[in-house]
Design a protein around this ligand. Structure first.
Ligand code: AMP
Ligand code: TRP
Length: 332
């Protein structure tokens, strides 16, 4: 049986913390075994908020190296701007998008209320979900592994796909589905009532590529008791257990859980095990990244080549779409 297609994308922001890794990237890595996977670093999307060109370029390559180091296969990885068909399809889709839906999007409302550039809000930010629909439909993805926060964008993607199908009189696009696998929500170790995130500030995230000293320090200062009634596991303790388990340290998890159940758990042991787990993972990834960076030119060349290969599939879809829409096609 032919493999189903999976697509997901991530914006190039300079960091990859353990929340991103356990919540999204690890899942992408695992899906590669069973599906035909396309993973994009979406630099066109990153232009929708005020940004600096040099930083965008740097962040895009940084993220590529980080994704490769954590186990994404190069042939599955592309840079969005190296497949310019995304933006052309996005224009076509704009004409199949009910515009009133765009300013109802939660992400648009959130981001536009946080404009850091003197109230400037780009039309690109409003049209962001249309470009996202193009990312997904251009590969005719069956499944899109994303967090629940992206459900609204997926729903809009299906609206666009079915309006297109109706208008051209052909069931051309299949309706993509979200893939909500068991993605653990990692909390901030400094404040376990909120999620680990970069925007909350220095204390609230641990990067996958941080050096050992910083990882240990962040875990050492993790909040454990947050005033829960006795007999209930505190959010901080639960989060440390989760990090140990998600990091694959099953043995430590079992034995510390026994201590916990016997009312005998020492927080210093729990923290030590959490730190060990993250340090070991991080070490593996840092070594892999150093190897890749030692061959920077080749690796970049490889990603350009994989983007070109992936582009062929996008070109085929765009050609069909233009034919179906009554647009002339460039011969290629
Ligand atoms: P962001 O950088 O917030 O856009 O997130 C990129 C991806 O990482 C998304 O799929 C999020 O759902 C996931 N993610 C971000 N923070 C966390 C977290 N603290 N726990 C679990 N998943 C997260
Ligand atoms: N909007 C997604 C996010 O904020 C990123 C994204 C862009 C995406 N295009 C996509 C996710 C296509 C899945 C599929 O995380």
């Amino acid at each position: 049986m032919e493999k189903k297609t999976v697509l997901s994308c991530i914006q190039p922001t300079g960091h990859m913390h353990f929340g991103n890794y356990f919540g999204a990237v690890k899942n992408w890595v695992d899906l590669q075994e069973k599906y035909d996977c396309f993973y994009g670093v979406v630099n066109y999307h990153a232009m929708t908020m005020p940004y600096k060109p040099d930083k965008l370029r740097q962040n895009t390559w940084d993220l590529i190296f980080n994704l490769l180091a954590t186990g994404i296969q190069p042939e599955n990885l592309f840079i969005q701007s190296l497949v310019p068909e995304h933006s052309e399809l996005s224009w076509i889709f704009n004409c199949f998008t009910p515009y009133g839906r765009l300013n109802q999007m939660t992400q648009f409302k959130d981001k536009s209320s946080k404009s850091t550039d003197d109230g400037f809000i780009s039309a690109g930010l409003l049209n962001y979900p249309v470009l996202q629909a193009a990312d997904i439909l251009i590969y005719r993805a069956d499944f899109v592994p994303v967090g629940k926060d992206q459900d609204q964008h997926l729903e809009l993607t299906r609206t666009i796909a079915s309006r297109f199908n109706n208008q051209v009189g052909k069931e051309y696009f299949v309706m993509p589905k979200g893939l909500h696998t068991e993605t653990p929500k990692i909390a901030s170790t400094a404040d376990p009532t909120r999620k680990m995130s970069k925007s909350a500030g220095e204390k609230h995230y641990i990067n996958v590529f941080d050096d050992e000293a910083r990882i240990r320090k962040q875990i050492r200062s993790a909040v454990t008791d947050t005033g829960e009634p006795s007999g209930e596991m505190s959010a901080g303790v639960e989060n440390l257990f989760l990090l140990i388990k998600a990091g694959g340290n099953e043995q430590a998890h079992v034995s510390l859980m026994e201590d916990y159940n016997a009312d005998n758990l020492k927080y210093v042991d729990l923290k030590e095990a959490a730190a060990e787990t993250l340090v070991a993972l991080s070490q593996k990834f840092r070594e892999k990244r150093a190897e890749l960076l030692a061959n920077k030119k080749e690796v970049k060349g490889q990603i350009k080549a994989s983007s070109a290969e992936i582009r062929k599939r996008a070109q085929q879809t765009l050609k069909d779409v233009k034919d179906l829409s009554g647009l002339m096609n460039v011969r290629f």
